[in-house]
Design a protein around this ligand. Structure first.
Ligand SMILES: C=C(O[C@@H]1C=C(C(=O)O)C=C[C@H]1O)C(=O)O
Length: 392
């Protein structure tokens, strides 16, 4: 194919992509108007029935145009997720006008290229206010910045699909004077990156944060005698890899590219589907609309007697509250004593949740609400079992 033919075809693709963007922006504007209607009419933000009908229709129409169902389904699940999360953010901002800042000063781990920075951009891109980034070198610095008013928000990774709960963050939440006001999930695609042209066999030292090392433990084992150097963030690991040719870092491909590094090996995490869940903390708690799927996180200590934890958990069952995560951590200074962190699908404004908390006080030694916040772990509606998704 002559070059000019390829150029013409690519020009056509560029034009179509630009048109798609114009339409996506138009769809988002309409979705913003829908939220205004939902606010005035007290309707839930998410309408799964409408999503299902929409997806089924689109899949059928896509088929008639020669597009396969999985493709249409994936594209529109992404579009709908964006629409719902934007609506949630708008509703939350209208409900908490005090929290509307001209600037959002956000403390997070690392700097340029850290996964926390990606998560920070993702979360605040949906919110009004100019983002002011405050990169920190430790998790405790992040909560300290929020507690002392040097930052409006802090962003902390709390769990990862490969390495599990991030204990350091859980422990910090025991005493930090902050409230959880949001959450988000960020995909984490670890790569081994180094200076351009360097081959894997030339690398003698790999830099990384302990979390990525844990999430890539199987790949690290294949490196044999390789020297591992722990850094306080992925951004510092990148800085180290920039210093010498024989060094590499575990980071995202994009972060490496921004720093002028190249990917030696991609997809080095233990599981291909690697995601981290982050929490957003602020000094003051926020109100969450009942129109939004909500989570409440609390910390509790039960007596050291048989059945004490079971009694506490039974309350959630009786009040029909879904428990989505239970984590236990030791109490510093009190050997063999544990505190429990509980994530509930619950809003503090609901009467059954208020009742559960009252009853919980009776059967536990200590309870504290860490936060009530909009859930952003959005479960996609399942058209997958529908016949329309099965290709004939
Ligand atoms: C836009 C709406 O809000 C949400 C987003 C949808 C979408 O983007 O298509 C569909 C249903 C709702 O979950 C709506 O209710 O129509």
């Amino acid at each position: 194919m002559a070059n000019d033919v390829l150029d013409t075809l690519r020009k056509d693709i560029n034009e179509i992509d630009a048109e798609l963007l114009v339409l996506l922006a138009k769809r988002r504007r309409i979705s913003h108007s829908v939220v205004e209607y939902k606010i005035s009419n007290n309707k839930p933000i998410r309408d799964e029935q409408r999503e299902l009908i929409l997806l089924e229709k689109l899949i059928a129409y896509g088929k008639s145009l020669g597009l396969d169902s999985y493709y249409v389904n994936n594209v529109f699940q992404t579009i709908i997720e964006d629409s719902v999360l934007h609506q949630q953010a708008m509703l939350q901002q209208s409900l908490n006008p005090d929290a509307l800042n001209e600037t959002n000063r956000v403390a997070y781990l690392g700097g340029q290229g850290s996964y926390s920075q990606l998560a920070c951009h993702k979360y605040f891109s949906r919110r009004a206010g100019k983002l002011v980034e405050l990169g920190c070198d430790s998790f405790s610095k992040i909560t300290h910045m929020v507690e002392t008013g040097q930052a409006d928000y802090g962003l902390l990774p709390i769990e990862n699909t490969c390495s599990g709960s991030i204990n350091e963050v859980y422990d910090l939440l025991q005493h930090a004077q902050v409230s959880i006001v949001g959450e988000l999930t960020q995909s984490v695609e670890h790569c081994l990156i180094a200076q351009p042209g360097v081959e894997l066999n030339e690398i003698t030292k790999v830099f990384g944060h302990p979390q990525p090392f844990a999430q890539c433990s199987q790949f690290i084992q294949t490196l044999g005698e390789m020297q591992l150097a722990y850094c306080d963030s992925t951004s510092s690991a990148i800085q180290e890899a920039l210093k010498t040719k024989n060094s590499a870092a575990i980071a995202s491909a994009q972060a490496g590219k921004n720093a002028g590094l190249e990917v030696i090996k991609s997809a080095v995490a233990n599981q291909p589907d690697n995601h981290s869940r982050f929490i957003v903390v602020a000094r003051k708690a926020m109100q969450v609309s009942k129109q939004i799927p909500t989570k409440t996180t609390l910390i509790m200590a039960t007596a050291q007697i048989a059945g004490a934890l079971a009694d506490a958990l039974m309350i959630f069952k009786q009040q029909k509250i879904n428990l989505v995560k239970l984590e236990s951590r030791p109490v510093p200074g009190n050997p063999w004593e544990e505190v429990f962190y509980v994530d509930l699908e619950a809003n503090l404004a609901q009467n059954n949740v208020k009742r559960a908390l009252e009853e919980l006080k009776e059967v536990t030694e200590y309870v504290r609400i860490l936060g009530c916040y909009p859930s952003e772990s959005m479960k996609a509606v399942q058209v997958i079992n529908n016949d329309s998704l099965v290709e004939e």
